[in-house]
Design a protein around this ligand. Sequence first.
Ligand code: ADP
Ligand code: MG
Length: 361
Amino acid sequence: MTRSDPIFRLDGITRSYGPLVALDHIDFTAENNSYIALLGPSGSGKTSLLRVIAGFEKPDSGRIWFQGRDITDLPAHERGIGFVFQNFALFPHLTIFENIAFGLRNGPVKVTEAEITERVRANIEMVGLSGLEDRSPDQISGGQKQRVALARSLVMQPKLVLLDEPLGALDANLRERMQTELRAIRERLNVTFLHVTGSETEALAMGDKVAVLDQGRIIQYGTPDEIYDSPNSSDVALFLNRYNLFDGKLQNGTFRGSFGAVSVPAVRANERDVYAVRYDRTQIFDTETAALPGPALPARFLASEYLGSSIIFLFETADHKTVEVDHHLSFGEPREMTVGQDYILSWDPEQAIVFGKEMAR
Ligand code: ADP
Ligand code: MG
């Protein structure tokens, strides 16, 4: 199998709970040997989708293909797909070693004691748990539990591992380290990881590809750069949390919003008229500045927040909308500003993305 061959494919997967449609005709093809992030807000169907792929739940309709084979009617334990649960789900009465060995001892294939020892040891070493084999789950930290959950799945040598918000329970420092480690482990094993997250930062940092899920539908699938630079709907732009989104009215190539009227270069078909400007493309000017790069949006400076490599400045417009400006420190020191004072926000209109009900021109 090469990387471009699909490892799994979903054909029209639908799953409802009573009147609620949790998965809505999902068609999706996942590349072999890749890291795929599945990004979606809470309740968008992320866990439901993983459970259907793993075989813990049956779809109402649609087929699931895995390594070229239709597995829709195959029970979970015969699918050969790994699952790392959101809450780790370790067995409290078993040691770390036995937690990891569990699948080998209870799986469909008989494995010798010598092979169990060897495979468990190798996985313990790979996830960095050497020395903790004999402890019980309540004697290790949250980050270590996460590693046990991962090793327990990888020891079965799956070609696909489903991870349900695997870093959600970890603190920020540990989360960043585990991001790097998860990527390294996946690369070493040549498996595909489907990693569910509600964090756009995590999805963009970790995925070779990012799938955006909203109300049971995959609304965009692409590389992190494609998704970030070119969201295909205002909903994707909203989830990215990196765009100022302005409501307004688009007519004959002119968008009218709180910043006045601006002619727009191109329009992406959308259910609503929305004008989007990236936080890091929004610029700050004094109120008396004569030459602006584009529209003029008066806004009051509220606060700033240091994020290490950049500073976020928060503003409020006359219609009580919060607007964010992201200043990368690589571009030099930020300007001095006074909280409570009025400024003008502007941007190069060529860098805006306009979503509209009018057909794209
Ligand atoms: P996510 O993981 O993205 O937060 P879920 O897949 O858990 O979303 O849930 C998607 C939708 O399906 C939600 O509205 C949720 O309430 C509903 N849902 C999930 N599982 C069940 C269930 N077993 N019974 C009824 N509704 C459910
Ligand atoms: Mg979930």
